[in-house]
Structures are given as C-alpha cells and as structure tokens.
Design a protein. Structure first.
Length: 176
C-alpha cells in the first residue's frame, strides 16, 4: 500500500508544488516548506486518505490546510518587536518578485496573474484548481471544503470577473 501511495505522490508532485505555490501566494520558499510539511504529515500518519474522495482531491486539501496552518503560525510569530528588529537590521522581507523572476514571466501570463490577484480568494482558488490542476468543480469544492453549489457560484463569478478584467486588454490589442 505504501508503494502505491508513493507512486501517486510522485506522479502528483509537479501539480502539488503548483498548488502549494498558489496557496502561498507565489512564494517559492514557503511553498517548498508547506509541501515538505504536508509530506511529513503523511509520513507520520497525521494525514490519512479515507477514500471518500479521489487521492488527488484529498492530497490537495492536505496541502491547502497545511498552507493555512503555516500562514497562521507565521502571523503568530510576527510581533511588532520582530518587525522593527528586521527593519533595523535590514532583514525585512521584500514581497515583490525578483527582477529575474519578472523577466522569466511571459507577458500574457503576467497579465493573467494580475487579473487573478484581483479576484476574491475563493474565486481564484476554484479557478486555479479547475484550470491549472485539472480538477472538476466537485473535486475543487472538496479541496476548498465548501459545498458544490458554493464552488459553482465562485467558479462562474470568477470566470465572469476574469473575462471582464481581461476584456479591455484584448480589445485594445485588436484595435492596434
């Protein structure tokens, strides 16, 4: 049984990292930590697939929950004194992407990301799960721990909002 799980995890690893990256707002280092902690949960038996959903759906839920745990833990550790000390020592984290990363991004992908960032969190999550991770809306609802009706609503509203955000850019390109 363990080799079957290992095989599934190995096949899902690229998609798992993409999902962890989304859950960590594009922070590669944090996504690596979250994914490693999710693997540790599984190895230590703190997370077990009960078979009520597909393995991929369950695994993405574990990653999402682990990312939320890490975010809460990080916020708890951040104190006013810690922030001031980081600023004084010059260790303050710059949330902007590095110039190398900016050059690597394709212009269209960058525009899509900007538009996705303007969506409410639930809409962005369901769109990411459906389009990037090839989950059904039902599976995305399981990962997000919301009802199927709620997931469909977020999906439809997210698509409509994304279409509206991308429309001015596409009509501007055709006019040129």
């Amino acid at each position: 049984m363990e080799s079957a799980i290992a095989g599934q995890l190995e096949a899902l690893h690229p998609d798992s990292f993409g999902w962890a990256l989304h859950c960590c707002c594009g922070d590669h280092a944090r996504a690596e930590d979250v994914l490693q902690n999710a693997y540790l949960k599984l190895a230590r038996g703190r997370a077990q697939h009960d078979g009520t959903s597909s393995f991929k759906t369950w695994w993405f839920g574990v990653i999402r929950f682990t990312a939320h745990e890490e975010f809460r833990r990080l916020r708890y550790r951040e104190s006013l004194v810690g922030k001031l000390l980081a600023q004084l020592t010059g260790d303050a984290h710059d949330p902007r992407p590095s110039p190398v990363r900016k050059l690597e991004m394709d212009e269209r992908a960058a525009e899509l990301r900007r538009c996705l960032a303007q969506l409410p969190a639930r809409q962005a999550e369901v769109l990411h799960l459906v389009f990037y991770q090839d989950l059904t809306i039902s599976e995305a609802a399981d990962v997000m721990r919301v009802g199927i009706g709620s997931a469909r609503q977020h999906y439809e509203r997210g698509k409509a909002r994304l279409r509206a955000l991308l429309q001015p850019e596409s009509s501007h390109e055709t006019a040129s």
